[in-house]
Design a protein around this ligand. Structure first.
Ligand code: CO
Length: 507
């Protein structure tokens, strides 16, 4: 038997199964979910929102990369042991135009930029804002997020698109709003009130990072802008009580391959393992003469091990040290040009691993260690522990302990004891980002539920799985079978507000 055959027979999945999860979902549906295995917890009240590419083609013309697919919102509203499903496309300007035309109108945009940096230009408003990366409910607004543009506001009940949202005039022409806001559960600058922290990035030879902080009414509390040297690809940020933390990956723009279009994004970003990754620490407190100890407000830039990061799990401060847990790749995980993303050879693409960084901003010393070597992505934790030391991390994971593969499992790591719990949907189930939903009046950090969308290739449909976060290994306590599939989603959130049919229940 050849080595390639040997490895393919040991896979925990079939490629055909995995590929089917990338079929477009054109239908927009509303229904009570009646096909439920197990029981939905009675105490579970609220609404799960997920965002991701709903269309992987426009009228049969395939798009080049799933990240380029039009955003589709799925909503599952839970109340009194029942659940209601609804999905709607975000009716962005580009979506409406392309659906009307019945063909791809925006494909050429990425190939006709001026040399010198399509990435620098790609993320401006002349491009198709696909609103496909995340969705949050904050300050009374439901917002679909895409890092290259302004958010789209939707009605949280009907999912009707209300239009681009400028956050009461905060976002001006050319401003963007990242897809990775963090909620500080108890901000010391605001008397312990929660606040939402988000950012925008304008990359170039110098990269401008803007930070915005909002109270729970959606009013802006703080805003600051910084310029840092060099091109920066910044998808996510971690927060601690005093810092916004970014990792500036060691990538350079290579302007030549941009003609290949968005599928070649990885080739436009040249990873250089001989450069360092730069940890950017931006003080959240803006300096003020009347506030002694408010600091100088300057960005601290600290070199560390070269790695590529999309997502951070969490960060916190202990004495003079800052700890950051992040999913790291040993190079940029790109797909070869002219290879359909569905045909990616997982063996040639780096796998994400969970690393812990320790940084001393005063001495600029850093160290790191691998917390989890299994291929993993999409970390989540108890919302009360964001920016604080924490014990339990949950993350999407591959079925196999080694090698790169699609996510089929959810892994819980006890960071105190090192214990692991894993539940896997293999061989025919594929997962994505888990979300932790605290049990009302829960008594421990893992007292709550893990919610997970699973693509089940056996039935070509998706399930919403609910697991008891205290013991993932028991498997789902409820598995809600949808009537159809949802293409692999990106990010989502849960709000205790119920947005299903019937009386509005406000918490
Ligand atoms: Co992300």
């Amino acid at each position: 038997m050849s080595p390639s055959l040997a490895s393919s027979t040991s896979l925990s999945y079939s490629r055909e199964d995995w590929q089917k999860g990338y079929e477009s979902q054109r239908n927009e549906l509303d229904y009570w979910i009646d096909d439920v295995e197990g029981e939905i917890p009675q105490e579970l009240e609220g609404t799960l929102f997920r965002n991701g590419p709903g269309l992987l083609d426009i009228n049969g013309q395939p798009i080049q990369h799933p990240f380029d697919g039009d955003g589709m919102i799925s909503q599952v509203a839970f109340s009194k042991g029942r659940a209601y499903f609804r999905n709607r496309f975000v009716r962005t300007t580009g979506f409406v135009e392309e659906q009307k035309a019945g063909k791809i109108l925006y494909r050429g945009v990425f190939g006709t930029q001026k040399p010198g940096g399509w990435l620098a230009n790609a993320f401006d408003l002349t491009h198709k804002n696909i609103a496909n990366t995340n969705i949050i409910y904050w300050g009374g607004k439901l917002l679909a997020l895409w890092e290259g543009g302004k958010p789209y506001q939707l009605d949280p009940y009907s999912l009707e698109t209300l239009g681009l949202d400028e956050l009461e005039g905060i976002l001006q022409e050319g401003n963007t709003f990242a897809a990775h806001p963090r909620i500080d559960p108890s901000c010391h600058m605001d008397g312990g009130e929660p606040c939402l922290v988000n950012f925008s990035v304008k990359p170039g030879r110098y990269t401008t990072i803007e930070i915005y902080e909002f109270n729970s009414n959606g009013d802006m509390l703080r805003r600051q802008a910084h310029s840092i040297p060099g091109f920066a690809f910044l998808h996510d940020m971690a927060i601690s009580p005093n810092y916004c933390i970014f990792f500036q990956n060691p990538v350079r723009l290579n302007p030549l391959p941009f003609l290949l279009g968005f599928r070649a994004a990885g080739q436009c970003l040249a990873y250089n393992p001989n450069e360092t990754t730069k940890i950017l620490l931006i003080p959240r407190q803006t300096p003020a003469a009347d506030r002694p100890g408010s600091g100088d407000g300057k960005v601290k830039i600290i070199d560390t091990e070269p790695c590529f990061v999309f997502h951070h799990a969490n960060a916190w401060e202990e004495g003079d040290e800052i700890f950051i847990d992040s999913v790291c790749y040993d190079s940029f995980p790109s797909v070869e040009p002219n290879v359909d993303f569905r045909e990616v050879n997982f063996d040639t693409v780096p796998a994400g691993q969970l690393w812990r960084f320790q940084v001393n901003p005063k001495t600029q010393e850093t160290s790191h260690r691998v917390l989890e070597g299994r291929c993993c992505e999409f970390p989540t934790l108890h919302p009360d522990r964001v920016g604080r030391s924490y014990r339990y991390l949950y993350i999407g994971a591959a079925q196999s302990a080694t090698g790169n593969a699609p996510l089929q499992a959810v892994l819980k790591i006890d960071l105190e004891t090192g214990d692991r719990q894993i539940w896997s949907a293999a061989p025919r189930g594929f997962t994505g980002e888990p979300l932790f939903v605290p049990r009302p009046n829960g008594t421990s950090e893992d007292d709550g539920w893990i919610m997970l969308l699973i693509y089940d290739a056996a039935y070509h449909r998706s399930d919403v799985a609910i697991l008891d976060a205290r013991d993932l290994s028991l498997g789902p306590i409820a598995r809600l079978h949808l009537k159809h599939h949802i293409p692999y989603a990106l990010h989502g959130s849960f709000t205790p507000d119920y947005f299903g049919p019937g009386t509005k229940v406000k918490f």
